[in-house]
Design a binder for this molecule. Structure first.
Ligand SMILES: [Zn+2]
Length: 123
């Protein structure tokens, strides 16, 4: 076979081994990126859930302060109502559900909301 000395022109194309190596490298990179993306997606869902729980807690404590101190609405529940009652009142609303399919419930202290899927803390 005659080699060209002047340039890099090679009309033979890639060999099968070269193609297999390139495809294998691309597969490894794609799987690494996929795993990384899945991890970010899970962190995003956990953060979204924590944000929703935080918002709901703030609404609960706002309602509780209004009920206990101002009595703005006689139709509001009794002053001793807890987070579980608050969650039950709003059970059908989308924002009172975990965006990732978990269920919100009061934690052991009864002062905060935890998710059956993500727990009570933001990791
Ligand atoms: Zn959740």
């Amino acid at each position: 076979m005659k080699k060209e000395k002047k340039g890099f022109v090679n009309n033979e194309g890639f060999s099968l081994v070269e193609l297999v190596i390139v495809i294998a490298i691309m597969a490894v990179l794609a799987s690494a990126i996929g795993i990384s993306l899945l991890r970010y997606l899970e962190r995003s869902r956990t953060a979204n859930c924590a944000s929703a729980r935080d918002t709901i807690e703030k609404e609960y404590y706002t309602d509780k302060v209004e009920i206990e101190n101002f009595r703005l609405d006689n139709d509001l529940p009794d002053p001793e109502y807890d987070i579980q009652e608050f969650l039950d009142e709003h059970a059908g609303e989308d924002k009172f559900k975990c965006p990732d399919g978990g269920t919100f419930q009061p934690d052991a202290s009864g002062e905060h909301i935890e998710c059956t899927k993500h727990g009570s803390n933001f990791n």
